[in-house]
Design a protein around this ligand. Sequence first.
Ligand SMILES: [Fe+2]
Length: 369
Amino acid sequence: MADHSASIVDGCVVLDRDLAVPSRWLRDHGDDAGSLNPVSKQRLTDTFAIDRDIAPLAVALDRDWLDVDWSDGARTGHDVAALRKLASSRRRPAVRSDAGFTIPPELELWGEPPAVTWFDAEVIEDDDRWVDALSHLRTFGWVAFDGAALGETPTRKLAARIGYPRNSIFGDLWEMKSGATEHMDSAYETFALDVHTDGTYSHDAPGTILFAQQIRTGDGGDSVLIDGFAAARDFRAANPEAAHLLTRFAIRAHYIEPGVHLLAERPPIRVDEDGKLVQLSFNNYDRAPLLPADGLVDEVIDAYNDFRAVFSDPARALRHDWKPGRILVFDNWRCFHGRTAFTGSRTFLGCYTNHEDLEGAYRVAGLTL
Ligand SMILES: [Fe+2]
């Protein structure tokens, strides 16, 4: 076992007398059960509430475990070997000189949420009217249906309209039932779910997400959608340097459960070679430890937090009130989604499609891309 030492020097935890660990970063990267789910490694720390001037007050080393008492009253625990490996990793952002990005003009960005339009579920099987629903999805990033039959059939037909159900660790079509335990994911809990995108741990994140409600008792549990492209536009206008950094600095994310360990990384704001905004990726629950970059720790954390502060503004939130027979489809590369807390039980069918299939469906329908 390595012979470690820990001390506080100039308001910073210093490991083994040679590695100064950035305080704000360290406060956010505890390995203790209050900071991290011990099995799924999903994050429990409120990253965004950490004081920029957070400082360590005391450190205690017990073999290979470091406890840190913080100026905000919290105590975090750290696996020293893992911490040393992580904190000595270095990342530099990719070089790109153009700070801007463009957004296709045919998209109608909504900083404030539009009224919810519910399409009759019969539209799914109607070749002509289906194009109206698809156009709504293209323009606003989401489309909602009401009056669908219960069971898998409408969701499968809808996925087939776009492409095909994408298989994943959850299956091609999966049941999401509150209190279920087959996956170690926060989506199966009853607390409010911070807005995020799915599949940050996948190199090719799902393009669309389909949710079809089957059973509902109790109150709450509205779906919350945010137009991420509108938020990215507003974020860049207010803070171009930070937006530029988030187009260049890859954030890692992981999904862990017994027999599964996925990991991927990309910039939260992904811009293509032509400077067009193509994809947003942000899920703080599934974020893997941030690799500190030389001289950029605070800049990256600030940019990450500031972007989240812009897009999670409740004034941007479009709420879909659920009842059985309603189906919501949204573009997971454009919209952030979350959920309000709820009581009672709630069962959904969920399904993903690929983004290239969504783009293909737009082309086939003659919609502008
Ligand atoms: Fe999700």
